[in-house]
Design a protein around this ligand. Structure first.
Ligand SMILES: [Zn+2]
Length: 67
């Protein structure tokens, strides 16, 4: 079984979701192709930046008794 979605001529850039170009396929630009490459080479593909941002922010900043 072949997924019909894969046969679409144009897929969005996996980095920024913009329409990809033929020149930099499957990315939209040389920048995004480099970003993807660096992700794999650098081994930092899964940085939990978003998660830690929500968890630590309130603990450090909110201090109602301090004045
Ligand atoms: Zn892109």
């Amino acid at each position: 079984m072949v997924d019909p979605v894969r046969l679409k001529p144009r897929r969005p850039c996996p980095i920024c979701k913009k329409p990809s170009t033929q020149k930099f396929h499957p990315f939209c630009s040389s920048h995004c192709s480099q970003v993807d490459l660096n992700r794999w080479l650098g081994g930092n593909y899964a940085i939990p930046a978003v998660e830690s941002e929500e968890g630590t922010d309130t603990d450090l900043d909110i201090d109602p008794q301090k004045d």
